[in-house]
Design a protein around this ligand. Sequence first.
Ligand code: NIG
Ligand code: FE
Length: 429
Amino acid sequence: MKTEVDLLIVHAGQLLTLAGPNDRPRTGTALGDLAIISDGAVAAADGVIVAVGPTVQVRDEVTPGPGGEVIDAGGRAVVPGFVDPHTHLIFAGSRAEEFEMRLGGATYQQISHAGGGILSTMRATRAAGEDELLDLGRQRLDRLLAHGTTTVEAKSGYGLTVDDELKCLRAAHRLSAAHDVDLIPTFLGAHAVPPEHGHDPDAYVRLVVEEMLPAVADEDLAEFCDVFCEAGAFTPEQSRAVLEAGLGAGLDPKIHADELSDLGGAALAADLEAVSADHLLCASDNGLQAMADAGTMAVLLPGTALFLGLPYARARRMVDLGVPVALGTDFNPGTSPTWSMPMIIALACLGMRLTPAEAITAATINAAHAVAMAEEVGSLEPGKAADAVVLDLTDYRHLPMHFGVNPVHTVVKRGQLVYQAGRGLRRPA
Ligand code: NIG
Ligand code: FE
């Protein structure tokens, strides 16, 4: 008797399963091992993968049940749904004027010091209601999904009052419940010091620690606690205080580390055994070595380097040192307004010299580790969520080669066909 399934993908010319140990991120040479099956197939029941293998073999084991979906990939490459482990999804307003100012020569830091930057988005976000933020988030999430992303981390950080931070996290929760894509919320109350505390940043840190964190934990609104550890934002001491308080409230630490300057954020992340240290454009060798020793994930965000015109993070050095690396968009209004993980994979290859295989590992299974979801997503293996993307490409190496276009043909989330190129998103009836 064959097992009845409700989703069957067949004839993937290259089925990139990313099968391998899920208890730790891939590092070193394992980063380049995609565990490819030629003419592969994936079958799923109730949203969970039940069989993976060559098409002839899987066809032997399973049969589509009534109403079951069969997707013939027609020789195209199939990859696990992308995991975007770093976004600032929830905000209102636009920074188009600042973009033009930067093109005219102003730096990101100059604009921030003049009250623009994060604070300009904060003003628009404070003025927006929860429903408006939900709606804006939905439009963005639709675009991420159309680019093959099926799991997304989403930070608060543009409210910067107790009520406005809660409003943003509540919007993220409602969005996750209403959308095919799964959101993993992160509390980033320590994103910038808001103007009402400009004269006393430590008082704002106390507000984050003593009022915001308990309120976030009380409503169970976030998985992680993040801090922007940077000159002009929060010092390493303040960052440590926030992240230790986060740990006390049950939120695992993440850090915006060494993005625009080297404050020792990488070493701080290693010391706190953070889930990840993100950005790392300016991280020192000592910092990277500390991360390698602690096994701390580096979340690399090459869209930010491109958009700000900065040198890319030293990804090859990190891989050589044995640091696990993941990739994300950093989707946000000021430093990386892209929703395309395929574009990020291209930048990782073209700007940071990762191989196409390393970049795909970093955007799937390692990105899943960066949000503590590797047991559930990030590879195509029995027992995992059936999140898969059919690329309109026959060779996965074409993905970063054809940069700047959307290579996605079909997206499946938890066994449901949710997007098809040319037909758009399929909404539940
Ligand atoms: O990840 N670095 C801090 N946060 C964002 C930028 C946010 C903004 O400019 O609005 C980042 O680059
Ligand atoms: Fe960020």
